[in-house]
Ligand binder design. Structure first.
Ligand SMILES: Cc1ncc(COP(=O)(O)O)c(C=O)c1O
Length: 392
């Protein structure tokens, strides 16, 4: 039987800079028609050409050209061998967690996206996977937490919402010494600022809903792997789970990714201005931003990233100030999610981190006076003016 499924040998555009790669994607133009906007192959199934030929496209749950273009694009950007586009960041994390089996042990960042924690705590642990959630910026603690059955280290860096930074290269080394997979949630910095696979990680996951899509208009998740053997395992699991991203949403993602470089630069430029302004406000007690030179892990950030991104958390003096800010903001929107062009603010304790125990939240510093700001691409002066009037 002929197998015409040769799409893995695509042009990897190795000699291009990332800001060029984002514009030109995987194939870039449609190979069938030359269309510059990659077509939305809105179909569930494909006509077989003959009984003895295994066509590259058969059924959209397994493979769809628009999704495939997005997957090639993400494999190029993260410098992996294979990528999978699924229908949310949680679906991406779930696909990766499917590599674990009962009796395995996973170590993850303590200050992690609440949904990821919930999946480990309420699903994996019920299915016999043990876990520890620890401060992964503390490598000695990591070494002490490792068990004989540790099979995965799941790193979110910077963390959400406390902006702690973990040393990917060192964690990958520790993980590989014991044969564990090292997975990095790269949602906050994106491959524009941080490429975990080049630092030794095995797998990258993204909530594509955030900076990759970039416009708060699509839910998506991405998994990128370094080892093609893991790619083969995940490919089958993706067929089984039926989690593949639909063609229209894949196109929306491709469209968003084209401006990733420009957007990330602007998010960062604005975030630096806003973070420095916040620091000087009498009602603001503490500002957490990885771009501050006095951030505890600044040296690690400088070593492993090319930028700081657009996420800031800050603690204010009272719940009265929290309420004032959330009620009075006019431009910055009180909403969950992050990474879109619009500035969004959220209250982690009541929105994104409800599933973490009170005791743990207090230990981490996720208190009721903590706010998380996703700095958008509006004019920084307008964002600052809005925060200023809301705080008064
Ligand atoms: C860092 C991080 N990872 C994963 C997720 C889950 O992504 P999604 O909401 O697309 O399922 C989120 C969502 O907020 C997130 O912030």
């Amino acid at each position: 039987m002929k197998d015409s499924k040769d799409y893995k040998n695509f042009n990897r555009k190795e000699n291009l800079k990332l800001s060029s790669k984002v514009v030109h994607g995987g194939d870039g133009v449609d190979p069938a028609t030359g269309s510059l906007s990659f077509p939305i192959y809105q179909t569930a199934t494909f006509k077989h050409s003959a009984i003895e030929i295994r066509d590259p496209y058969n059924y959209s749950r397994c493979i769809n050209p628009t999704r495939e273009e997005l997957e090639k694009t993400m494999a190029i950007l993260e410098e992996g061998t294979r990528a999978f586009a699924v229908n949310s960041g949680m679906a991406a994390t779930t696909l990766v967690f499917s590599l674990l089996k009962p009796g395995d042990h996973i170590i993850m960042s303590d200050d992690i996206y609440g949904g990821t924690f919930r999946e480990v705590n309420e699903v994996l642990s019920v299915n016999g996977v043990e876990y520890d959630s620890i401060d992964l910026s503390d490598l000695e603690l990591l070494k002490k937490t490792i068990k004989k059955n540790t099979k995965m280290i799941f790193v979110e860096t910077p963390t959400n919402p406390m902006m702690k930074v973990a040393d990917i290269e060192k964690i990958a080394k520790i993980g590989h010494d014991i044969g564990a997979l090292v997975v990095v949630d790269n949602t906050f910095l994106t491959p524009y600022f941080q490429r975990p696979l080049t630092l030794g990680a095995d797998i990258v996951v993204h909530s594509g809903t955030k900076y990759l899509g970039g416009h708060n208009d699509v839910l998506a998740g991405i998994v990128v792997v370094k080892d093609s053997k893991i790619g083969e395992i995940l490919e089958i699991k993706m067929y089984i789970y039926g989690a593949g991203l639909g063609p229209l949403d894949s196109w929306v993602m491709l469209r968003g990714i084209k401006t990733l470089a420009l957007r990330m630069e602007k998010h960062q430029e604005n975030a630096i201005k806003v973070a420095n302004w916040l620091r000087k406000q009498p009602k603001v007690e503490q500002v957490y931003y990885v771009g501050f030179e006095d951030h505890k892990d600044y040296a690690v950030t400088k070593k492993q990233t090319t930028g700081f991104g657009g996420m800031i958390s800050f603690r204010v003096d009272s719940m009265e100030t929290v309420n004032k800010i959330l009620e009075n903001l006019k431009l910055v929107i009180f909403a969950e999610s992050l990474g879109g062009v619009e500035s969004l603010i959220t209250h982690p304790i009541s929105r994104t981190h409800t599933e973490i125990s009170e005791e743990k939240r207090n230990a981490l510093g996720i208190t009721d006076t903590l706010l998380r700001l996703s700095v958008g691409i509006e004019d920084a002066d307008d964002i600052i003016a809005d925060l200023e009037q809301a705080m008064k």
